[in-house]
Write a protein that binds this ligand. Structure first.
Ligand SMILES: *Cc1c(COP(=O)(O)O)cnc(C)c1O
Length: 378
């Protein structure tokens, strides 16, 4: 339809300084965890108000390690949302614990705290809330529930670096807070993640789980007293992360600006005219990791999302879907989950689409995406 290059829904931008810094690491003779990882951890710690931070090679293992530090295992229940990347629930199973889902709020698309509270049993040990698209939940209420029932919280803030709650940065308060630096996140280390922890004892455990359960003593002392894995971040990855993290405030501001322009272009009568729901217009708390619409159901029997995605693709605009409901995947059905259990998540999971939103995106790209959406939904 147009001569313009395809507009993806997400893509990383790595600047020349960062590429040069990676080159330096590669020439330095030390490419695995070293001074760059230490520098990245200390910058992240400063950003989160001085709380201790450990880096890892994914956001997924970051959450798994937090659950292990909290002593979660067989016989324990962990409550989370069905609308997230499947990693959020997989890590619960990985520890031997039982995943329990609570349905989502139809407007925020995040876990519904009333339903979360009703799902608590004597076996519940932890909660994993997810801040979909970077929009936090009611953090005061979350921690009131956690304190009342003595539950640990592992915040899956994979999408929420740069987000805040009433002026407090996500990660600067709370229990465990896990972030991801996967390629499509607001900042990337190609792959990677970090965990904000509470104290030195938790850091000691995180470091053990990160590297085979090893503790070292003096020049040649070594022991293993727990089962750890191979989860450390490399200096190559940390150099990318440092180069990206230097721009975090500008990145968040730019994404909020793009989101505001989306709203301006859609206009206040968009839902009335086209039937699709816009996200919550929050420009204080959310970092706008994703800009998502809920499509209207179709009357012609065709699948709403697949049809929309095909139309957008034909107009040169990339669209994603984040996420299909976890409980309906085959492995989760085998655990006893089925259709009808979380009706809001099932509707949102079927109709949610992600429009283009990335750091190098321009205002004119927003306009192109909105024109294509209106054309597809006409
Ligand atoms: C990206 C993401 C993860 C997983 O992070 P990885 O670094 O890819 O392991 C988990 N949860 C959510 C909500 C995510 O967006």
């Amino acid at each position: 339809m147009s001569q313009q290059p395809f507009l993806p829904f997400s893509k990383p931008t790595i600047d020349e300084d960062t590429i040069a810094a990676v080159g330096e690491v590669l020439r330095s003779g030390w490419i695995t965890s070293g001074p760059k990882v230490q520098a990245f951890e200390s910058q992240l710690s400063a950003y989160f108000g001085g709380r201790p931070v450990c880096t890892f090679n994914s956001g997924t293992c970051t959450m798994e390690i937090a659950l292990r530090i909290a002593g979660i295992g067989a016989g324990d229940e962990v409550i989370t949302t069905p609308i997230s990347w499947v990693a959020t629930a997989n890590v619960i199973i990985e520890t031997g614990a039982t995943p329990v889902f609570a349905d989502i709020d139809p407007l925020t698309h995040n876990i519904d705290l009333d339903k979360l509270e009703s799902a608590i049993t004597p076996r519940t040990k932890a909660i994993i809330p997810v801040y979909l698209a970077g929009l936090p939940i009611d953090m005061d209420r979350l921690y009131a529930i956690a304190n009342k029932h003595q539950l640990r919280v592992v915040e899956d803030a994979a999408q929420a670096l740069g987000s805040s709650w009433n002026g407090k940065r996500i990660g600067a308060f709370g229990d465990f807070v896990s972030f991801s630096f996967q390629a499509n996140k607001n900042i990337t280390s190609s792959e990677g993640g970090c965990l904000v922890l509470n104290n030195a004892e938790e850091v000691r455990l995180a470091e053990k789980y990160r590297l085979q359960g090893v503790t070292r003593n003096g020049f040649d002392g070594i022991d293993v007293d727990v089962l750890g894995g191979k989860f450390n971040m490399t200096d190559v990855a940390a150099a990318i992360g440092l180069g990206q993290f230097a721009h975090i405030d500008a990145i968040t501001a730019h994404r909020r600006h793009l989101a505001q322009h989306y709203f301006a272009c859609f206009g206040s009568d968009f839902t009335e005219k086209y039937g699709a729901e816009l996200p919550i217009p929050d420009f204080q708390n959310s970092n706008w990791h994703l800009f998502q619409l809920i499509l209207p159901e179709r009357t012609d029997g065709k699948p709403a999302r697949a049809t929309f995605m095909e139309q957008m693709q034909a107009m040169g605009v990339g669209v994603g879907y984040h996420y299909p409901p976890i409980h309906l995947f085959t492995m989760y059905r085998a655990l006893g989950f089925k259709e009808g259990m979380f009706p809001v998540a099932e509707r949102i999971g079927r109709l949610i689409v992600t429009l283009p939103m990335f750091n190098a995106m321009k205002i004119s790209d927003v306009e192109r995406a909105v024109d294509a959406v209106k054309c597809a939904l006409k």
